[in-house]
Ligand binder design. Structure first.
Ligand code: HAM
Length: 426
């Protein structure tokens, strides 16, 4: 019987992993520059954390969660996002007692039962940052600046940031009423999901992608026009700081984001290269979530981005920007003696930080050399009986075709490679 991977959950094959490694390194470097520390919550949480934290009326909770009972009948869920988990960890471990202000980041898989398509899968990966413990608008701007910094460091262009404020918990009922009033004039043209959203939380109608709902959504009143004074001032300050840092954005008055925990600032970074699933990342403030999860009232802001989508954009860029990792040395061998010596040399050279591979299948020399070429090796050394007996061989630099004689000792080989390859041999 042949097995396939589960629909919407795919293997990341070795040709692709260099993109992932590069992206992960880029994220960690920006996190270092911005002083965010890594947190690694588990992949599974109590279902209630998500249904309450993300919101009972959201698509994520109503349709997309992988929820199952454990052997004791407790309801568990594969995490559809990490903000709720990070907040749970912040409260559970008393991070707020040790240091109420925490800047955290994470990288890892998330699970949502959505219809798979380009840029959307059921197991996908997010990186994200959560800055917990301040309501100051400069923190919103730092988080947005982190996002731009990462995009710049990856050399991405053609991106735009959509920004809005949806106000605080006190503003939401007012804005819901305004929306209900707007949509009530044309209820017939709303899809069945939106009819439910109309009753449960009309803000969620604004997330709908359905074409007939869209025309009404585009005419809906914007949230930023229904903010209390504090929230309006906060939003103005966020924009002012963004302007000062020359971080570009456009205000999208109907951007509300699909999760219920948001308050005040919300934003999304979109790429023109992505088609329907164009949101590279999204985030905002969630000033009430820490309290909802059982901690003290603590404001917070963060964002998360989909790594598959970012990699799609990176792969679309010219191949020159993504260098394949190269093998330093391939040892082609002839005969048992050659292979035994090669195995020994490989071990010593690797401990000197030189990457080495050799033939393990007793293949013909010609085939070993084509394998070395496929691997894009920088150096090739053939070790046969003659070389073993003489204790010397010819090291070929593949790019230039130049050869030189080396002693078949770890030092003999490594000195030549390290000197001409400019590697630090520490
Ligand atoms: P979100 O908008 O649900 O926000 O997801 C953030 C990003 O994850 C999206 O912009 C997209 O790039 C990616 N993404 C979401 N679903 C999928 C999927 N099925 N396949 C591929 N990529 C996907 C959150 O998750 C919030 N926790 C963000 C946040 C952090 N807000 C505050 N802090």
């Amino acid at each position: 019987m042949a097995y396939g991977s589960v629909r919407g959950m795919r293997d990341i094959l070795p040709e692709e992993t260099p993109y992932w490694t590069r992206l992960e390194m880029g994220i960690r470097e920006v996190a270092r520059l911005y002083n965010y520390r890594e947190i690694r919550p588990p992949l599974v949480e109590q279902t209630d954390l998500f249904s309450r934290g993300i919101g009972e009326a959201t698509d994520v909770v109503t349709k997309e969660m992988y929820t199952f009972p454990d052997k004791k009948g407790r309801s568990l869920t594969l995490r559809p996002e990490a903000t709720a988990s990070v907040v749970r960890a912040y409260v559970e471990h008393g991070l707020h007692i040790r240091e109420p202000f925490q800047k955290l980041y994470y990288i890892g898989p998330m699970f949502r039962y959505e219809k798979p398509q380009k840029g959307r899968s059921r197991q996908f990966h997010q990186y994200g940052v959560e800055a917990i413990g301040s309501i100051d608008p400069t923190l919103d701007v730092e988080v947005i600046s982190f996002a731009w910094e990462l995009m710049n460091s990856l050399g991405l262009s053609g991106l735009s940031l959509r920004l809005n404020s949806i106000g605080c918990a006190a503003d939401h009922p007012r804005y819901r009423e305004v929306l209900q009033d707007h949509f009530s004039r044309n209820l017939d043209s709303l899809c069945t999901d939106c009819l439910r959203r109309y009753e449960e939380n009309p803000l969620r109608i604004l997330d709908c992608k359905n074409a007939t709902c869209r025309s009404q959504i585009e005419a809906a009143p914007g949230s930023a026009d229904h903010l209390c004074k504090d929230c309006a001032d906060h939003f103005a300050a966020v924009r002012e700081h963004l302007d000062r840092l020359h971080l570009s954005y456009t205000v999208d008055p109907r951007l509300v984001r699909g999760l219920d925990y948001y308050t005040r600032t919300v934003f999304e970074l979109v790429s023109a290269d992505l088609g329907a699933q164009d949101a590279l990342l999204g985030g905002g403030r969630y000033d009430d979530l820490v309290k909802m999860v059982g901690g003290p009232a603590t404001p917070a802001v963060g964002f998360a981005g989909g790594m598959e989508r970012l990699i799609l954009v990176l792969q679309g860029k010219s191949a020159t920007t993504m260098e394949k990792p190269r093998l330093d040395l391939f040892l082609a061998t002839l005969g048992e003696g050659g292979r035994a010596l090669a195995l020994e040399l490989a071990k010593s050279l690797r401990s000197r930080r030189i990457s080495v591979d050799l033939d393990y299948r007793g293949r013909a020399l010609r085939k070993q050399i084509s394998q070395a070429n496929r691997l894009g090796t920088r150096y090739l050394l053939v070790i046969g009986d003659d070389e073993t007996a003489a204790g010397k061989g010819r090291l070929k630099e593949m790019d230039s075709g130049e050869e030189c004689e080396v002693a078949l000792t770890p030092t003999g080989i490594s000195e030549t490679i390290l000197i001409s390859g400019g590697k630090d041999g520490t």
